[in-house]
Design a protein around this ligand. Structure first.
Ligand code: GLN
Length: 311
C-alpha cells in the first residue's frame, strides 16, 4: 500500500468513526507511526509503506477510532511551543490555557510585582502535566516575540535548548495526584527546567509566599461532565475536571487559602469556564482582592480572571 492510500484510508475511517478533525488526526498518526511527515509525503506519495509501519499506523487508527485522545496515543502535547509528555493521569494541556500563561507573563514583567530576596516565586496550583509552571519558567524574562503558541511553527523539542533565567524565578507546582506529579517532574527534566513539585490537597504542603499564584483548577459542574466529548469525559482524569456541584468548589477554596501564600501585592490568576467570570470575580472581591480583571480566549469567551491581594 502506498502512503497516499494509507493516509486516505486513515482519514476516511476516522471520519466514519465520528472523529472531528479526521484528516488532521490521520496526519499526526501517520507521522507518529511511520516518521513520514507532510513534506516527505508530498515528496513521494506513491512510496510503499513498510509492513511494520503499516501495522503500527493501523494500531494507532484503531485506538483513535475508539475515541482515545490523539495525545494519549502519541504520549505528547505541544503547549506554548514546548512539548509535554502526557498520559491518563494528567489533563491534556489545552490551547485556551496558553492565555493564562500569556497573562501571567505580562504580570511577571511589571515593576510592581513583589519579589523576595531578588526572586520571583511562582506557584502553579493543580499543576497536572506542569505545562503552566514550566512554560512560565521557560519564557519568563524572554521577549514575547520569542514565543510560539500551538498555532505556531515547530515546537522546541524535549531535549530543546534550556531556558536561561534572566530574572530569577523560582517555581513550585502542587497537585493532589502523585501520578500527575511524576509526569510533571519528567516534563521538567526533559525540558531542562528546574522546578519543585509538591503533593497535597491544595496548599496543604506548600510553604512560603509567592508573587504569582496561577491555577487551572477542576471547574466543570459535576452534572455537566457527562455532556463533555468522550475524549474528555472518559480519558482526562476526572479529578482534574470535577469542580463539584456548582463548578466553583476549588475557586472558593483557593481564593480564601491563597491569601496566606501571596506576598503583599501578589497576583492570583485563574483559568475559568466560559460562564464563571462573574462568579469568580465576585468571590475574589468578597475576599478583598483588588484590580480584578477578566480576559477572553481566542474564541472570545471569558477565560481568565486575575486579581491582586494587597493585605
Ligand atoms: N477546559 C477543560 C475542558 O475542556 C476543563 C479543564 C478544567 O476543569 N480545568 O473541559
Amino acid at each position: 500500500m502506498t502512503i497516499r492510500d494509507a493516509y486516505k484510508e486513515g482519514r476516511e475511517e476516522l471520519k466514519l468513526a465520528g472523529i472531528p478533525d479526521a484528516g488532521l488526526d490521520a496526519w499526526y498518526l501517520m507521522e507518529y507511526a511511520t516518521g513520514i511527515g507532510r513534506a516527505a509525503y508530498y515528496a513521494n506519495p506513491d512510496r510503499e509503506l513498510a509492513k511494520k509501519d503499516r501495522e503500527k499506523y493501523r494500531a494507532c487508527l484503531e485506538k483513535r477510532k475508539k475515541h482515545i485522545p490523539l495525545q494519549h496515543i502519541t504520549g505528547e502535547q505541544e503547549f506554548m511551543g514546548l512539548l509535554f509528555s502526557v498520559n491518563k493521569h494528567v489533563l491534556i494541556p489545552r490551547q485556551d490555557t496558553e492565555i493564562l500563561v500569556e497573562e501571567a507573563l505580562k504580570l511577571a514583567d511589571k515593576d510592581m510585582i513583589p519579589c523576595e530576596n531578588g526572586k520571583m516565586r511562582i506557584l502553579d496550583m493543580c499543576t497536572g502535566s506542569g505545562c503552566i509552571l514550566l512554560s512560565m519558567l521557560y519564557y519568563i524574562g524572554k521577549p514575547a516575540n520569542g514565543r510560539s503558541l500551538t498555532q505556531g511553527e515547530s515546537p522546541a523539542g524535549k531535549a530543546g535548548e534550556t531556558a536561561l533565567d534572566p530574572i530569577a524565578a523560582e517555581g513550585i507546582g502542587a497537585d493532589i495526584s502523585e501520578k500527575a506529579l511524576l509526569t510533571a517532574r519528567r516534563n521538567a527534566d526533559d525540558l531542562g527546567i528546574k522546578a519543585e513539585f509538591v503533593q497535597g490537597d491544595l496548599f496543604e504542603n506548600v510553604s512560603g509566599r509567592f508573587a504569582l499564584i496561577l491555577s487551572n483548577p477542576p471547574y466543570i459542574r459535576t452534572e455537566e461532565i457527562g455532556l463533555l466529548q468522550e475524549e474528555v469525559r472518559l480519558h482526562d482524569p476526572r479529578e482534574a475536571l470535577d469542580g463539584k456541584e456548582d463548578g466553583l468548589y476549588f475557586y472558593r477554596r483557593i481564593i480564601k487559602e491563597a491569601k496566606d501564600y501571596l506576598l503583599p501585592g501578589g497576583y492570583l490568576v485563574f483559568e475559568i469556564g466560559y460562564d464563571q467570570a462573574e462568579a469568580v470575580r465576585n468571590l475574589m472581591s468578597e475576599s478583598r482582592y483588588t484590580d480584578i480583571t477578566v480576559k477572553k480566549d481566542l474564541a472570545g469567551l471569558d477565560r481568565i480572571v486575575c486579581g491582586r491581594y494587597i493585605k
